[in-house]
Design a binder for this molecule. Sequence first.
Ligand SMILES: C[S@@+](CC[C@H](N)C(=O)[O-])C[C@H]1O[C@@H](n2cnc3c(N)ncnc32)[C@H](O)[C@@H]1O
Length: 374
Amino acid sequence: MIHYMLSKLKSQAEHASALQSGGDFTAALANYELVFEALRYYDGLGYNRETDEIRKLCIEAQPTPVQTLYCHSLVLFHQRSLQSALDAAEAALLVAPQTALIHLLLARIHASIGNFPAAYASCQAGEDISGTAGDTRFMINAMQALPGDDYYDWLHYFHETLKPAVYVEIGLGHGRSLALAGKGARAIGIDPYQGFWENLNYVSPDIPATLFPLASDDFFKQHDLRQEIGKSTFDLAFIDGLHLFEQVLKDFINLERYARKDSVILIHDCLPVEAIVAERERCTGFWTGDVWRIIPCLKTFRPDLRIMTIPTYPSGLGVVTNLDPLSTGLSDNYDEILAYYLKLKCPGTFDQRRVVCSVGLADKDYIKEQFCNK
Ligand SMILES: C[S@@+](CC[C@H](N)C(=O)[O-])C[C@H]1O[C@@H](n2cnc3c(N)ncnc32)[C@H](O)[C@@H]1O
């Protein structure tokens, strides 16, 4: 399965080069970024010879010296060789100082190093040239506001700590979070668009997950999770599907029916770094939607639950335990809850959002004691 993924990534890299030759650099870049990020995962599994070959193919496909330097910097950035990435991007900028993309890449590299004044200066330079910084400014703001481990690191931490025998994920993206399910775990992945191996870039080196190409509501209507997992309860679940409050609430209600008191449900995107990324109508590339509403809602309607949001890049991770599969507090009041919470305005400042979203300390010992107490 890993070789299947690596050959798929190679085809994706070739597709990116073809897009670039055809003049669609934006689409090419989106593909290169996905490929380079996924290659780092396979480096971690020891497939460096194969991953380096794919990177080389991409760099060799670059038509000009500036694009070669840019691509090389991007490769290094995704390998987390940040100083070398910075050197390559600065060299590219010497040759083509009026290229917004280089400034924006530099901004991301500076932010990853922790040099925020330089990151904002590069972001501004890119914005001045192209008229937009795209998502770069949101990403820098989020890195500055939410330092430390990112949410993938935290997901890894929950897998390591809880060692779940059964893991359920709603919303797969490219499969990076799903692939964190460890040895011996029975993993279930649900996603109407991405729930096919052909669409994923990551696979666990252990048992591959079982995929359901269905919207989460349809999955719970058509399947009995107990039958799919061969057990009556799951240990760990991750909600990261449709980023609208009513859907997250439904996903939570549906999952809790298959939970034990000590099962854990994680919810992505509970702490938007800016109010605009939390609009229900998506108007930014980086988008959390109004998932944040689930935290004050659960706090009020389910005081029996143990809840907090971990302040982790890029948009917080909600953690919920002390679950009750027999509770009807949410389903009985579903309409009333929607009527109230959909009117709740997203708090204007980040500090206010921290309070409303019950943000606690990103302290592993504390979180283990409070949430991973089997
Ligand atoms: C942000 S991505 C998930 C990222 C992934 N969990 C990760 O961390 O790498 C959100 C995913 O939710 C999926 N999605 C959208 N609506 C959904 C629904 N109703 N049920 C399940 N998944 C849904 C999208 O297809 C998309 O792949």
